[in-house]
Design a protein around this ligand. Structure first.
Ligand code: AMP
Length: 555
């Protein structure tokens, strides 16, 4: 068992296997089956380039074989810091064939986050775009990471590498190997299905993102349930415009689409126009997305929208943040489509409204968990006692695809999991009479900005390093487009002043954190409200900034 991984207790393992939730196959074995079953069907389309299942199988086998030759082995970790592309998907499957574990990082992560993945998590390889993208030189950065962490020996690039010792994913996947020879070699790398297949990142609440170890058994079961809950079939042509390495795009988009033999559509960008262009060009019928992209689509002027043939588009699935019923209704009307919601988390449990649910359920609830084996408790926030239907408390979850602990994080695990293995989600929920979950807010200290979650405590730690700061509390402020943005309430040191520009510059260049985490507003204050237990009263601060924004809007 991989050191630092928290397994399910034996009785649950037996139960989940006996019930058939866990099939005891590695993800790569499932993948090989999809390739065989759907060989001639298109699997991915991007920038006019269509790849069949057969080719996707061949490319990932080529790549896996070459990764082995480069020295990558079973349970080695690979940092995925890539933009969406067929190469990213093939690398993901290639890692599965080698038994290596993708660390689902993001192109927006910087030294602070990547050092954690390289160091604490112990990566062997780092996959980046080649050269510069918007002034950021990814290969230069990968070398910097490699100097700081010499065990990150292999740098892989999407696109032609600019440095001699880096390896082109494109080239490796097109270097044909004898399939029988490759299969024989790769068969020896098959990982144990009870071990981690993917390292997802928590949207969590403390410090750098915690690592969410998703096993072969649990991730495949999760994706299979999604395909059923989302009514996916071979006719599904699913557009995924958010970063594929996030949990929702991966387990609700990429994998379920490929399980059923559907087509994964990767648009050229994440603007409203890019999504519509992709619907038109590839006759896509399904969109999996987040509210910010729904808003972008709604903002495209009607005359522009009419330039696209959107008649194939049938169904939207969105998640990550709530969307007001009136916006959902507007989306349904403008795009003549059905809208459904997903509520879930990288740690596991996912709930959906279902295709045949009444409109009221779709508009006002987050639906029901995808598996009959998902166990749910709505717990009193203060006492932890289970609450009856209709009352609001913290959502606790346990089940065959909800982790039992973060990777190498025993302290955090003691807080985040109950003794009997429930994950305390930090989300406030109630259940309606039909058993649908209704999102009521969050108790966890995080800001949900568009596709990303920001850990308030992590950002506060960095801000406190600024010489002009005596105290700071970072809270969510409401935002129509992004859902929430971060606002920093700062108590300056010795009467100093601090501007937003100064703070941003410090966080970007000195602390080297991802740009999406940088507060977008600063409020200087003489003092921060403190609760009886000595913590900042963030609720008061959230209310304060919401009121300030409201007052400003009414001026
Ligand atoms: P992540 O692990 O990054 O996917 O983030 C999971 C968190 O996103 C959940 O614990 C919720 O706080 C939030 N979330 C996901 N889906 C929804 C939704 N449909 N409505 C409100 N919040 C959501």
């Amino acid at each position: 068992m991989l050191e630092g991984f928290v397994p399910w207790p034996d009785d649950f393992v037996k139960l989940y296997k006996r019930k058939g939730y866990w099939e005891d196959l590695a993800l790569a074995e499932h993948f090989d089956r999809w390739v065989q079953q759907h060989a001639d069907r298109p699997a991915i389309v991007h920038d006019g380039r269509e790849i069949t299942y057969r080719d996707m199988g061949r490319y990932s086998t080529n790549l896996a074989y070459q990764l082995l030759r480069l020295g990558l082995g079973t349970y080695d970790r690979v940092i995925f810091q890539l933009f969406n592309s067929p190469e990213l998907v093939c690398l993901f499957y290639a890692c599965q064939k080698v038994g290596a574990i993708p660390i689902c990082s993001l192109p927006t992560h910087r030294l602070h986050e990547i050092s954690h993945f390289a160091g604490t998590v112990g990566a062997r390889a780092h996959a980046v775009p080649s050269g510069k993208v918007k002034d950021f030189d990814f290969e230069l950065f990968a070398d910097e990471v490699g100097r700081a962490f010499p065990h990150v020996e292999i740098v892989l690039t999407v696109g032609k590498p600019e440095r001699e010792n880096h390896h082109s994913i494109n080239e490796l996947m097109h270097t044909d190997v004898d399939p029988d020879k490759a299969s024989a070699v790769l068969a020896k790398c098959r990982p144990d299905p009870m071990e981690p297949a993917v390292f997802q990142l928590s949207g969590g609440t403390t410090d750098v993102p915690k690592i969410v170890p998703r096993t072969h058994n649990d991730y495949y079961y999760n994706a299979k349930c999604e395909a059923i809950a989302q009514s996916f079939g071979p006719e599904t042509r699913c557009i995924v415009p958010m970063p594929l390495t996030h949990n929702m795009p991966m387990v609700c988009g990429v994998l379920p689409t490929h399980i059923v033999g559907g087509l994964l559509v990767l648009p050229s960008g994440s603007s409203g126009v890019a999504v519509m262009e992709a619907i038109d060009r590839y006759k896509a019928n399904t969109l999996l997305t987040v509210p910010v992209i729904m808003h972008r689509m709604l903002e495209v002027p009607e005359d522009k929208r009419r330039q696209y043939d959107l008649s194939s588009f049938r169904r939207l699935w969105w998640g990550g943040n709530p969307v007001e019923p009136k916006t959902q209704l507007q989306f349904r009307e403008v795009f003549s489509c059905d809208t459904n919601q997903v509520f879930g988390m990288a740690e596991g449990m996912i709930a959906w409204t279902r295709v045949d649910d009444p409109l009221e359920t779709k508009l006002h609830t987050q639906g029901r968990p995808v598996s009959e084996a998902d166990e749910i408790i709505i717990a009193d926030v203060n006492t932890g006692h289970p609450l009856p239907y209709g009352e609001t408390g913290e959502l606790w979850v346990r089940g065959p695809y909800t982790i039992r602990g973060y990777y190498k994080a025993p302290e955090r695990n003691r807080e985040a999991f109950t003794e009997d293995g429930y994950y305390r989600t930090g989300d406030l929920m109630k259940r309606d009479e039909a058993g649908n979950l209704v999102f009521m807010g969050r108790v966890k200290d995080c800001i949900s900005r568009g596709v990303e979650k920001i850990n308030a405590e992590e950002v506060e730690k960095h801000i406190l390093r600024h010489p002009k700061v005596r105290a700071v509390a970072v809270v969510a402020m409401p935002d129509k487009i992004m859902g929430e943005r971060a606002c920093a309430f700062v108590v300056p040191a010795n009467g100093a002043t601090l501007t937003l520009d100064e703070l941003s510059e410090f966080l970007l260049n000195e602390c080297r954190i991802a740009k999406f985490k940088i507060p977008e507003r600063i409020e200087l204050t003489d003092d921060l409200p403190i609760s009886k237990v000595g913590k900042y009263e963030k609720k008061t601060l959230r209310e304060r900034i919401a009121q300030i924004l409201k007052d400003e809007a009414s001026l």
